[in-house]
Design a protein around this ligand. Sequence first.
Ligand code: NAG
Ligand code: NAG
Length: 476
Amino acid sequence: MRPILLTVIVLLLVVEKGTSDRILSKKRTKRQLDNPLHVGGIRDPFGSYCERRGGCCPGRDDLCTVPYLDTICYCDLFCNRTVSDCCPDFWGQCLGVQPPYIGVCERNGNRFFAGQTYKENCNLCTCGPTGRWNCEQNACLIESDMIQGVNRGDYGWRAANYSQFYGMSLDEGLRYRLGTQRPSRTIMNMNEIQMNMDPVSDRLPLHFNSAEKWPGKIHEPLDQGNCAASWAFSTASVASDRISIQSMGHMTPQLSPQNLISCDTRNQGGCAGGRIDGAWWYLRRRGVVTEDCYPYSPPQHTPVEVGRCMMQSRSIGRGKRQATQRCPNPQNYHNDIYQSTPPYRLSTNEKEIMKEIMDNGPVQAIMEVHEDFFVYKSGIYKHTDVSFTKPTQYQKHGTHSVKITGWGEERQFDGKPRKYWIAANSWGKNWGENGYFRIARGDNECEIEAFVIGVWGRITMEDMHNHHHQHHRRHI
Ligand SMILES: *[C@@H]1O[C@H](CO)[C@@H](O)[C@H](O)[C@H]1NC(C)=O
Ligand SMILES: *[C@@H]1O[C@H](CO)[C@@H](O)[C@H](O)[C@H]1NC(C)=O
């Protein structure tokens, strides 16, 4: 207390002597003060400052001050022009009005002043001038009432909160977590391959899972993070499985989505979305290396940044290509280029899609992702009506692509069987059923049966031989 009191007295004396300029410039340099006194409310409304000073000053008078706490306050009529530096009794003494009420907001028992903010899920809340919180009204990717609505209803699937989605808006989810553009009309009109199914010899089992038929050849779901490149992830994943199956396990490359994201840039948007027909063109004509050779590096800051292309290839004849650069991962020396043949479009007939998967392996499918899909945890997904009572900004969808690996049927509580597809997403293994989801089959749920793609790897006998030997050498 002593030193403060002393300062106050000294200051008073100095002010009286009229040499306040020097002192003031030490305390506060400008009237546009960086730290206004009253942003946090009038803390001492009952003190007498202007009164003690002997009155108010007209207009602007930078010397019209009184010591206040460990600084000074003003009694000139200019004091509340910009930020408020008025003495607490300024309004009563100089204007004859009540001091303005400056908002104080409460939250969890803490006081916040006007202008202060906090984030509630995906919405920023600001303490308003009247002491009320003003919050943005964005639809969030994780809405607790949506999770509850799904889990209370008989929808056949369960919802959960995902920390990696919490705090994102629905728009951000659609913008950064999907990333497949609808194929152009020409591509959509691409002829479907003809499949003549024999009703006897082509009996399809009730359950089928690629991972059981081809153990070790079906690659686990990856995590695209906040990079809208499902176009690259689904393509690389289907191609990886197909090459592994077709080479009978002589090669089991996990192909690099990053190679596609950074290098297949013609008419492609990298982490801002791309087209699967473009991805297949690249895989056929240029080829890509493995994930270990060219590892995925999700964008850290701006979600749409795309790294420079670090892998090129050149033709070595007969349509085959060879890398002209080393692996971006300096620990990996296997920069083999993997290619595919042209992809083919399957019919929208459920049975034909099933036969293709059973004979040749996983397929790629385009689907529409709706707001409730992000919180899928387990069961057989079907788009629900839990957001239908909310404003339209809560009901949105975007185009995505995934890998279908199998199918099955499950009896529901009502005894009716429900048919499903098993599909791999690219949102990491903690999402859904170990990175996979099941979705209703046979009704074109979310348009998942509307555009399905199969492909062959480009594999020669020589490849099988070489890779076989390499494989053995590595184990010596
Ligand atoms: C100063 O504050 C009073 C009381 O809140 C208000 O009526 C007046 O408009 C303010 N003057 C300026 C210049 O902001
Ligand atoms: C979801 O998880 C986050 C933390 O990851 C938590 O802060 C939030 O309260 C949870 N929301 C719901 C609806 O459970």
